[in-house]
Write a protein that binds this ligand. Structure first.
Ligand SMILES: [Zn+2]
Length: 182
């Protein structure tokens, strides 16, 4: 098989997971060295994103407890991060590149002119955030991001409608932190 870009493999995994059409593609297993490298890459990408946030005038706060919210089924879940559009601020429960990527994806989505609506906005942030993590630090499982988007009410139809938007938000972010995305 021809060399496939990491972001393309990530996108394949995300779409397969969303549609439930898993193909058994080799998921190069973690080894300790790879894991450490990935941790380092995540740390670097975290700080790169922090600098981008600062450039955009976005404040990032750590708040150990952001309380609970309810998903589209009315079930409670603990909030890990939050994008405050009015306050131009991100709050998160601990330093986490995936959480920061998700929350800033909301911000970029908004800067690109999209108006936040629940299932779509969460799907876009979940997809773009996942893609950014993979592109920066190596492939990880999309299960949690897909499950979160679905809990927030994302449907297959909704996914088809916002595929381009997910990729657009991802590319903007990847460009901002110098990660290859095309
Ligand atoms: Zn979100």
């Amino acid at each position: 098989m021809a060399k496939m870009y990491r972001w393309k493999r990530a996108w394949q995994r995300f779409t397969d997971e969303f549609r439930g059409t898993h193909r058994k593609v080799g998921f190069s297993g973690w080894n300790t060295r790879g894991y450490k490298r990935s941790q380092r890459a995540q740390d670097e990408a975290y700080w790169a994103l922090i600098r981008v946030a600062r450039d955009f005038g976005i404040k990032v706060y750590l708040k150990p407890d952001l309380g609970e919210s309810r998903d589209s089924h009315g079930e409670k879940f603990r909030v890990g991060g939050h994008w405050d559009s009015r306050g131009n601020a991100v709050r998160m429960v601990y330093r986490s590149f995936p959480i920061l990527a998700h929350e800033l994806a909301h911000a970029v989505d908004e800067f690109l002119g999209y108006r936040y609506r629940k299932p779509t906005g969460e799907l876009v942030a979940s997809g773009a955030g996942y893609m950014l993590v993979c592109a920066s630090a190596g492939l990880v499982s999309p299960t949690a991001d897909v499950a979160y988007a679905k809990r927030q009410g994302a449907t297959e139809r909704g996914f088809e409608e916002c595929e381009e938007r997910i990729l657009q938000v991802f590319r903007e972010m990847a460009t901002l932190i110098n990660v290859p995305c095309d």
